[in-house]
Design a protein around this ligand. Structure first.
Ligand code: ADP
Ligand code: MG
Length: 257
């Protein structure tokens, strides 16, 4: 196995670097959708394999610059659709699609990731945020779960992009019974601490992470992004005030707030 070079920053920008730090763990790799650096060939290959993909800036935040790209099957097959913000463009030639995307990405590094068909709540897509923190006694703990619902017609769920916060139980209500919800949320809590431990092998100063997790129709969790300075304040939205209180206390203890 390759030796891991330690890195002593606690905030890591590159989505690519964070993904690469998790992939060597075979158990965790199954939760990461296939991700490549964007170029003409990788996008074509990813569309062939997955039909729908997300294209996003390697060092982006707030859902800015994120695109959803599809290869249309059936009628009009061989054509492509690119959804960016609230705009949708359709192309019949791959080269035209790529030229359009290259005009938006310019020289910056972008990633192309297998697209997950997110579950919906009242016709809107949603995903989940899993907050994981170092406790004052030095253990990793998942301290909060919350759902984020995309604004109508939007392909991203970020609160800074019109997304709305909702309790996970409410969002999962229509998709799973109470026993299954419990099984799923305990699994997500364990996933959170496992990812934190794995990342810590490389990023020695890490104290907190926030996973953006998508669920597909089989309720399989997919890690879309690992945030290393996750917003603690979104958890103020939850009725149970003890959740935010604990998140705040831990963050204070390791000096984030
Ligand atoms: N592979 C994907 N499949 C489905 N939705 C995605 C995918 N990647 C990103 N998204 C959507 O876009 C949002 C923003 O993407 P993310 O990778 O978290 O970047 P950012 O740093 O801008 O938050 C996600 O919260 C999710 O709603
Ligand atoms: Mg995100």
């Amino acid at each position: 196995m390759r030796k891991i070079k330690p890195n002593y920053s606690s905030y890591i920008v590159s989505k690519w670097a964070k993904t690469q730090a998790v992939i060597p763990n075979r158990k965790l790799a199954q939760y990461i959708p296939e991700t490549r650096k964007l170029n003409r060939d990788s996008l074509r290959g990813m569309l062939d394999r997955h039909g729908m993909v997300y294209v996003k800036p390697n060092s982006g935040t707030y859902g800015i610059g994120v695109m959803r790209v599809e290869r249309l099957a059936g009628e009009g097959s061989g054509s492509y659709r690119c959804h960016f913000g609230t705009k949708i463009h359709t192309f019949t030639q791959y080269d035209d699609l790529y030229r359009h995307i290259a005009g938006l990405t310019r020289k910056r590094m972008y990633l192309v990731q297998k697209g997950i068909h997110l579950l919906k709540y009242k016709k809107r897509r949603f995903d989940l945020r899993v907050m994981v923190q170092k406790t004052p006694t030095g253990n990793w703990q998942t301290t909060g779960l919350i759902g984020r619902v995309a604004a109508p017609g939007k392909i991203v769920t970020n609160v800074h992009n019109g997304g709305k916060l909702k309790p996970v139980e409410v969002l999962l209500g229509g998709h799973a019974g109470s026993a299954e919800r419990l099984r799923l949320t305990s699994g997500l809590r364990r996933l959170g601490t496992s990812v934190a431990r794995q990342l810590r092998l490389k990023y020695r100063r890490l104290k907190e992470i926030g996973l953006d997790v998508a669920l597909d129709e089989k309720l399989h969790p997919w890690i879309l992004e690992i945030n290393t300075a996750p917003d603690p304040y979104i958890f103020r939205k939850l009725k149970d005030k003890r959740i935010f209180a604990r998140i705040y206390r831990y963050a204070k203890a390791y000096g984030r707030l």
